[in-house]
Design a protein around this ligand. Structure first.
Ligand code: S3P
Length: 430
């Protein structure tokens, strides 16, 4: 177990951070180039544990993947080029790997088994296995296919018109990937729009995906083939979020965040920061492989509390732990609702954040679908744990920037899942 100690940043945080690659887009770049025909070069790839799990799984299915310091080269041989893995596919801590792979594996002609770590073993898989079974997938697992290990016997699939009860890009993407192998058309509808990286990247790989964001509807036709192409992965706004929050709440701070993906399905945090009165400047806007990217200047200012719920939630779901920390420093109360999905992330993020923040002096209460945070509360030093949840670890670390005595974060190695080198960056900016 690794422990990190974060001390007060009396002079604020200042400097430039180049934001590491987007985790969602990195996963998709490997999956899609593996089933495409031809060679794809991926730059800006996030070498976090989760995305490395996706690479390892695809290698086990016979895909040749070469890794250098700055490029990943994938030699795709088409969907038919995938081979039956000899061993269980280990997804580590990665929900995106297991859910997207379950969709992809459903339409193969072979047998495979997926499992991951203790956190994955508790996370619900029926949200993907249920619709996939409706398409004709032969899937099994504990609790009738809800819990790992998940086994998939590849089979003939038929397109469906599926209305998902949750706004989840993992569910949508798993069904779309199966839809590529199914006969007929596959439609996925969701209650509000989740991140659309799959749709954008499939389009970039030559597959026509019809999107109607107003209706929360996407459509794909079976039999489409992917063509290899180079991919540039933008920086992850979910990683930038920790520095956005750090600068907003630590007096004397001003940070320049370079290379931040600003796909509108992900920018809920920017909307919330603006509503709270943050000083943000977004510039140098450009497009990389169908994804909008920009640089952001964020400067400390006194913020006010806000209400976060409804359609905003899927646009900032992974940033809520960091937003909870920020809300302890705003003037007034912040209410987060409609966020029950937090309970089925790497940990139950409502309970973990509320319990850990309380030990650091925060005035925060859990609700059924979110949390209520009283602002203007001094944070205290103390010992907390990530509970092996990367975003919990990084969010709690931020508290140490303000507390008079240090915040010690146990199980700090969890941050390697999405942001290797996070603590070094944080210490460098003081
Ligand atoms: C992700 C989708 C989100 C997000 C996760 C990554 C993806 O999960 O929380 O970190 O890459 O598709 P859900 O699809 O379960 O909302």
């Amino acid at each position: 177990m690794t422990t990190e100690t974060v001390k007060k940043a009396a002079n604020g945080l200042n400097g430039t951070v180049t934001i590491p690659g987007d985790k969602s887009i990195s996963h998709r770049s490997i999956l899609f180039s593996s089933i495409a025909k031809g060679t794809s070069r991926i730059s800006g790839f996030l070498k976090g544990q989760d995305c490395l799990s996706t690479i390892a799984c695809m290698k086990q299915m016979g895909v040749k993947i070469e890794e250098t310091d700055d490029t990943i080269t994938v030699y795709g041989r088409g969907f038919e080029g995938l081979q039956e893995p000899e061993r269980v596919l280990d997804v580590g801590n990665s929900g995106t790997t297991i859910r997207l792979l379950t969709g992809l594996l459903s339409g193969t002609s072979f047998y495979s088994v997926l499992e991951g770590d203790d956190s994955i073993a508790k996370r619900p898989m029926s949200r993907v296995t249920k619709p996939l079974k409706e398409m004709g997938a032969l899937i099994d697992g504990r609790e009738e296919g809800n819990l790992t290990p998940i086994s998939v016997r590849g089979s003939e699939l038929t397109g469906i018109d599926y209305t998902s009860p949750v706004a989840s890009a993992q569910v949508k993407s798993a069904i779309l990937l199966a839809g590529l192998r199914a006969s007929g058309v596959t439609v996925v509808r969701e209650p509000s729009v989740s991140r659309d990286h799959t749709e954008r990247m499939l389009n970039a790989f030559g597959v026509h995906v019809e999107q109607d964001p107003h209706k929360g509807e996407v459509k794909v036709e079976g039999g489409a083939e992917l063509t290899a192409r180079d991919v540039e992965v933008p920086g992850d706004i979910s990683s930038a979020a920790f520095f956005l929050v750090a600068a907003c709440m630590t007096p004397n701070s001003s940070l320049e965040l370079k290379n931040v993906g600003i796909n509108p399905t992900r920018t809920g945090i920017l909307d919330v920061l603006e509503a709270m009165g943050a000083s943000l400047e977004i510039y140098n806007e450009r497009t990389e492989t169908g994804e909008p990217v920009a640089d952001i200047r964020v400067t400390y200012s006194q913020l006010k509390g806000t209400e976060i719920g409804g359609e905003l939630i899927p646009r900032l779901i992974d940033e809520i732990p960091a937003i909870a920390v920020l809300a302890t420093q705003a003037n007034g109360t912040t209410v987060i609702k409609d966020a029950a999905e937090l309970k089925v992330k790497e940990t139950n993020r409502i309970d973990t954040m509320v319990n850990q923040l309380k030990t650091l002096g925060a005035q925060i209460e859990a609700t059924d679908d979110g949390m209520i945070i009283q602002g203007g509360t001094p944070l205290l030093g103390g010992r907390v744990s990530s509970f092996h949840d990367h975003r919990v670890g990084m969010s709690l670390a931020l508290c140490g920037l303000l507390s008079d005595t240090p915040v010690v974060v146990d199980e700090a190695e969890a941050v390697d899942v999405s942001y290797p080198g996070f603590f070094q960056e944080l210490y460098r900016l003081k």
